[in-house]
Design a protein. Structure first.
Length: 76
């Protein structure tokens, strides 16, 4: 199966739909369970906040790479 930007975007959108379904069916106080994290201390609220932080951090990384490639600055 060929990897294309269109397929990557479709896969991402499908994962977003699934994630939204999971979040809608849960409470922000629900604690996740994962074999790699036996303490079970991360509730959904923490996970969502961490996700926003990580997204922002990696978006910033991508912006730095873009600036290095084309020399253009962001808003300022």
């Amino acid at each position: 199966m060929e990897r294309t930007p269109g397929r990557a975007c479709a896969s991402h959108e499908a994962q977003c739909v699934r994630s939204n379904e999971i979040v809608a069916a849960a409470s922000s106080d629900d604690v996740g369970r994962h074999l790699d994290c036996p303490s079970g201390t991360a509730n959904l609220c923490w996970v969502l906040i961490h996700f926003v932080e990580e997204t922002g951090r990696h978006t910033g990384h991508a912006d730095i790479v873009r600036e290095l490639l084309d020399g253009a600055k962001g808003y300022y």
